[in-house]
Design a protein around this ligand. Structure first.
Ligand code: NAD
Length: 313
């Protein structure tokens, strides 16, 4: 049995975007020593200064000073490229610097199939992989209260618990490698379907003459309540802020992954068959960098109805 990784262990952190940046701050707050890497060198320089953290120039250099590395990048294809290298430059990859027994924690929302394939490749080199995607958005990444769903070997997960606990308040062992990524994609499908249903209902209700906030108050005291009616519409849509911090492009990617899981398990999925292309189409119309809460604009534009705090127009 190995000891759990505890502060002040060096933790490589790759991907310092909307989620990675607050997550790495919480790692540092818990006493871990983050070692930073991102393609965006400005964010690396800013965080390295703030956290007095190392920022190696290359992935192998990062791997040489860390027994554990975390990836928090857009998708599994990018994780694979970081870890094994592109077709041209395997020497510049993370695994080129990792030593046997080192652990990679992929906290990105990756495809479970690609995660299992990556796990096999890493195992051949004596390297360990767990998947630990998160839910809770930027708000809970900042507060250190993410839900973390973990897949992989139980002993490796136990060793990583103190690291995960510095970023999340609810840690679930979902199952073997890939299980975390599978449930993460399915979770986002349920969330996206709920958002779409609530969007349709709110636009229809507004056109029927009801005030959007009154409808939300009624849903939230009734059986139509969901995460979007509780935590998204009033905050990001009626306020017209649309700044939840999770992009349309990433949501569409998660929904494609969910569909991959539904197909791979031969599960009839009429709702997903409608919902996933709808979100993909919205991502094309609104742009991949628009906030996912902007999806309602597609229905607003189609009907000439805008949902607002005081009423609708
Ligand atoms: P983001 O686009 O804000 O950040 C991604 C970061 O990865 C960027 O800083 C980018 O420069 C970096 N990056 C990309 N390719 C890289 C590479 N090859 N090497 C090094 N760095 C690279 O994305 P985000 O919103 O922080 O999301 C990250 C992951 O977390 C995604 O998988 C997303 O689906 C998931 N997620 C996001 C949220 C959210 O609310 N934003 C919530 C839960 C899960």
């Amino acid at each position: 049995m190995y000891e759990p990784f505890s502060p002040p262990e060096n933790i490589g952190f790759i991907g310092l975007g909307k989620m990675g940046e607050p997550m790495v701050r919480n790692l540092a707050k818990a006493g871990f020593r983050p070692v930073l890497f991102d393609l965006n060198r400005d964010i690396v320089a800013k965080l390295a200064k703030e956290l007095r953290a190392k920022a190696p120039a290359s992935l192998p250099e990062l791997a040489r000073v860390c027994r554990v590395a975390i990836t928090m990048v857009p998708d599994g294809a990018i994780v694979r490229e970081i870890v094994l290298g592109g077709r041209v430059d395997a020497g510049a990859s993370l695994s080129a610097g990792m030593t046997a027994g080192s652990v990679l924690i992929d906290m990105s929302s990756s495809s479970p199939t690609s995660t299992r394939e990556l796990g096999k490749e890493l195992a051949k080199r004596g390297l360990l992989l767990i998947d630990a995607p998160v839910s809770g958005g930027v708000r809970r990444a900042v507060s250190g209260e993410l839900a973390i769903m973990v897949g992989g070997d139980g002993d490796v997960i136990d060793r990583c618990r103190p690291i995960l606990a510095s970023m999340g308040s609810k840690i679930f062992v979902a199952g073997p490698l890939g299980a975390g990524h599978a449930i993460k994609a399915l979770n986002n499908y349920v969330s996206a379907a709920g958002y779409l249903a609530a969007s349709e209902a709110l636009v229809a209700g507004a056109r029927f003459g009801l005030a959007p906030q009154v409808m939300l108050d009624i849903f939230n005291a009734s059986s139509g309540m969901n995460n979007s009616t509780q935590n998204k519409f009033s905050q990001y849509v009626l306020s017209r802020r649309f700044d939840a911090g999770f992009s349309m492009g990433l949501m569409a990617k998660d929904l494609r992954t969910a569909l991959e899981v539904l197909r791979a398990t031969d599960t009839p999925a009429p709702l997903a068959d409608y919902c996933v292309p709808f979100w993909e189409d919205a991502a094309k119309k609104l742009g991949p960098h628009s906030d996912h809460t902007e999806m309602v604009r597609v229905l607003e534009q189609a009907t000439g109805t805008e949902l607002k705090k005081g009423g609708s127009s």
